[in-house]
Design a protein around this ligand. Structure first.
Ligand SMILES: Cc1cc2nc3c(=O)[nH]c(=O)nc-3n(C[C@H](O)[C@H](O)[C@H](O)COP(=O)(O)O)c2cc1C
Length: 363
């Protein structure tokens, strides 16, 4: 049995994400260990609360980002189109799925370009794998950016995903050097992201040193790629891959812990993603140091129906974010960043054990 094409793999991912429960089963994001402090007399009118924020020199209506999911296969164009319409209507940034498939098959570029076509002014984040940059370098990075006239480039790091995936690309040797040269040579900001297992303090520090502009922690507790690839591996008869996937089903740094690690060890903006499921998660992420919160799989489920569904879902999230801001006496996102929190339970133990010095965590 040979390697299936990238196109087939991308369609498998969408099918599995839509049909199966592919979230972590035991591990959570640990946002349940982050408590915002309720203020019974907020001295605010709810209607005056302002969720707008600045990120990478642009003003957005809320600190919410559509994480990269798709493109690169027939039928994915409509998903990107619907997400783009929603991003544009709400004035929030949108990231593409990996553009690798379109580098190999240029006729697939349209499934990514559709975002620029329907939303010429949207803040658009191109996407490529760190492992692809090892060979392709700056030229490949320039190509994916040019393909969609991107405002920033996300480079994903997904070692567990690649190991569990049959025929995954598992050589990460030289990945940081490759990211460094792209960060130095590209005129737009580079975001480095995980896809569900988190970025620790040590790596965050290193990424800042090599010129990365933003870290998207992509922590554990939401979509679980070991599970998605385990399901694919079982379907296709790759039992060793499936078994590895099973053993590592609860691997990774929970999103709240990763956000604290990345924020405490760098001065660059942090995106909290991985299991962000409502506006209260967004508020907690901002209060522990994130500049934005990113969301992926729940949006896919709405995007296959239509742009209005995506807009309604995201508006609901913004209303929940506003509610959390109201209840903590925060009129704007700047105040929410300063809001008091109580870090409890396993998250507190983790931060202590790791010796992380975070301004909001009293040890
Ligand atoms: C169907 C699907 C496809 C994805 N494809 C990519 C991709 O190509 N590149 C990437 O960087 N992340 C990709 N992701 C990962 C998301 O951007 C995100 O990091 C991850 O799903 C965690 O967020 P969530 O828990 O909100 O889904 C994909 C996610 C989904 C659900």
């Amino acid at each position: 049995m040979g390697e299936s094409s990238i196109e087939v793999r991308k369609l498998d991912h969408i099918r599995i994400c839509l049909e199966k429960d592919v979230e972590f089963k035991q591990k959570t994001t640990w946002f349940e260990f982050v408590e915002l402090i309720h203020i019974a007399a907020p001295e605010l009118d709810y209607v005056d609360i302002d969720t707008s924020t600045e990120f990478l020199s642009r003003k957005f209506s809320a600190p919410i980002l559509i994480e990269g999911m798709t493109g690169g296969a027939k039928g994915t164009e409509i998903i990107n189109r619907n997400l783009a319409i929603a991003a544009s209507e709400l004035n929030i940034p949108i990231e593409l799925g990996s553009q690798r498939a379109a580098l190999e098959k240029p006729e697939l570029a349209e499934s990514f370009r559709v975002v620029r076509d329907v939303a010429p002014d949207v803040f658009l984040i191109a996407n490529i794998g760190g492992v692809q940059l090892i060979k392709g370098g700056i030229r490949l990075a320039e190509e994916v950016v040019k393909m969609v006239d991107a405002n920033a480039l996300a480079v994903h790091l997904n070692p567990l995903h690649e190991v569990v995936q049959p025929y995954g690309t598992t050589s990460f040797k030289g990945v940081l050097e490759a990211i460094k040269s792209v960060a130095e040579g590209l005129p737009i900001p580079i975001i480095v992201k995980e896809v569900g297992y988190g970025i620790c303090a040590e790596l965050s520090r290193r990424l800042e040193e090599i010129g990365v502009a933003v870290i998207d922690v992509g922590g554990a507790g939401g979509t679980n790629w070991a599970l998605i690839e385990r399901i694919r591996a079982l379907e296709k008869g790759f039992f060793e891959h499936a078994a590895i996937g099973k053993t590592f089903l609860e691997w990774g740094i929970p999103t709240a812990a990763a956000t604290i690690e990345a924020h405490a060890s760098t001065k660059i903006p942090i995106i909290a993603s991985g299991g962000i499921r409502n506006g209260l998660d967004v508020a907690k992420a901002i209060a522990i140091g994130a500049s934005m919160a990113g969301i992926a799989r729940p949006l896919l489920q709405h995007a296959v129906v239509g742009p209005d569904k995506v807009v309604t879902f995201l508006k609901q999230m913004v209303s929940e974010l506003k509610t959390a801001m109201f209840l903590t006496g925060c009129r704007d996102v700047g105040s929410l960043k300063k809001a008091k929190v109580a870090i409890t339970g396993r998250l507190l133990e983790w931060v202590k054990q790791r010796g992380i010095q975070h301004p909001k965590v009293r040890l």
